[in-house]
Design a binder for this molecule. Structure first.
Ligand SMILES: Cc1ncc(COP(=O)(O)O)c(C=O)c1O
Length: 478
């Protein structure tokens, strides 16, 4: 194998036992969960790659910080520590804690978006899209075309298609574009990075048309690491310098701190201009939804751990190990001939389920099929990032067809070892070998109106002779 696993830049001080159920038990559990991986209990999962969000392992320093956390309702010292870290790293004058990323979206988006408005992004993550729609607006994805072909290897597949973005702005009218959201890294496209050049170009377009630019910064540190590796103009800069430059190409940011900041709960909003009238609106919404603006839905101990995590998450040796884990899995998949969004992204490996099950159509959810098979095979929990996650058109209620059908192996930070990753790849190889035996996918038997994949119930579609419901027939004919 061409690639060497990057050894952990830490040692393990505390362990958490995990158990492995038998295959029969796993088949029963997934049926009881109505074939929704979110319905499983954590204790019934052996290797949990459902998400990298809030699932990282905190360091000794962060746990020590938890004890130091100042629980004052207003003006806690932990808040000022967090605020100073945010100002130092991002160069933004206003830093607002919130309890997680979607809370940042809920607080910020209605100040820019309402009925009849549009928001453009390189790609919206699911909750981000939901908050655009909840504010009454419509979300438009504008990622570069090469992102849509998992086999095309190019360095910045997360980029915004700037020409397309300009066309959309002119078509809908700049006054109707309430917000542009740059998602770094681009989660839904496979954790793919956005280049510095692209961030700069998008910012320039926003300035020209007077459209505010929000950076969805959940994985900003991983994005900076990729920029350092892949972009000439930044190769001699430190990660911190790259981050400062990246954030200079935005007006504000919303951040789920449960990712690159390595805390189990937390989020941030940042505003570049400390005198912006926006800040009063943010404070007002925050007080209504999250709590007083110096704690934003978090305990003092969370603020403290977050302030420390901000620095740990941008450490270059940590990032080399972190990205190295995805690269290790990817190298083994290359050997096994299993396709994924290539080159591999930051926070996980997005396996191309459509390539593994070419005979299963999008409306039988190949990404979900593979996720269920991985659980049955080895107790591994992952999730679909494809048509199942995308859901229905909010206007017509028709099933949307995603640009790709991925099963996401999201890698929690500082949690699993090389041997765990090998278990995952071995399970994928075993499934690949019997993929042709899996003839059909799943149908949805119940779904909520929004963010359905978290709660929906599914059922396997039975081969020939099965009594298909009206809904199946409808789906097949789309
Ligand atoms: C790019 C991106 N934005 C926003 C969010 C929402 O963050 P949270 O889960 O903390 O609400 C996520 C979560 O995965 C994400 O990946």
């Amino acid at each position: 194998m061409a690639i060497k696993y990057v050894a952990e830049p830490f040692r393990i001080k505390s362990v958490e036992p995990i158990k492995i159920l038998t295959r029969e038990e796993r088949e029963q559990k997934i049926e009881e969960a109505k074939y929704n991986l979110f319905g499983l209990r954590g204790e019934d999962v052996y290797i949990d790659l459902l998400t990298d969000s809030g699932t990282g392992a905190m360091s000794v320093e962060q746990w020590a910080g938890v004890m130091r956390g100042d629980e004052a309702y207003a003006g806690a010292s932990s808040f000022f520590k967090l605020r100073n870290a945010g100002i130092d790293i991002f160069g933004y004058e206003y830093i607002q804690p919130v309890h997680q990323g979607r809370a940042a979206e809920k607080v910020l988006f209605p100040t820019f978006l309402s009925d009849g408005k549009y928001a453009i992004s390189n790609m919206f993550f699911d909750t981000t899209r939901a908050h655009v729609e909840l504010a009454g607006a419509r979300a438009i994805d504008c990622v570069v075309e090469e992102a849509k072909d998992p086999s095309i290897r190019c360095p910045f597949k997360g980029n915004m298609d700037v020409e397309k973005m300009k066309r959309i702005i002119n078509e809908y009218g700049p006054e109707n574009i309430g917000l542009v959201v740059m998602t770094i890294t681009n989660n839904s496209a496979g954790g793919q990075p956005v280049s510095m050049q692209n961030m700069r170009e998008v910012f320039e377009v926003c300035k020209k048309y007077n459209i505010p630019l929000d950076i969805d910064a959940a994985r900003y540190a991983e994005n900076a690491y990729f920029i350092k590796q892949r972009e000439e103009e930044c190769k001699n800069m430190s990660i911190k310098e790259i981050i400062a430059k990246m954030f200079s190409y935005g007006d504000m940011f919303t951040m789920s701190a449960k990712k690159d900041t390595i805390v189990n709960m937390g989020g941030l909003i940042g505003v570049k201009d400390g005198n912006s009238p926006l800040i009063l609106k943010i404070k007002a919404n925050c007080i209504s939804y999250e709590g007083f603006y110096t704690y934003g839905g978090l305990a003092g101990r969370d603020l403290e751990a977050l302030a420390i995590g901000l620095y740990e998450g941008i450490d270059e040796s940590y990032l080399a190990y972190r990205i190295g884990q995805s690269e290790y899995i990817a190298a083994r998949l290359d050997e096994a001939g299993i396709q994924y969004q290539a080159p591999v992204g930051g926070h996980g490996v997005f396996v191309d389920a459509a390539a593994l099950f070419p005979h299963i159509p999008y409306n039988e959810y190949p990404g979900q099929v593979l996720a269920i098979e991985l659980y049955k095979e080895a107790g591994i929990r992952t999730c679909d990032i494809g048509s199942y996650m995308l859901g229905n058109d909010p206007d017509t209620q028709e099933q949307l067809k995603a640009d790709f059908e991925f099963t996401r192996l999201a890698i929690p930070r500082r949690v699993y070892t090389q041997a765990h990753l090998d278990v995952v790849v071995d399970a994928l190889i075993a499934i690949k070998d019997r993929a042709h035996e899996i003839k059909r996918g799943y149908k949805i038997t119940w779904e909520p109106p929004i963010l359905r994949h978290f709660q929906a119930s599914l059922e396997p579609i039975v081969e020939v002779g099965a009594e298909n419901t009206e809904k199946d027939i409808e789906l097949v004919s789309i």
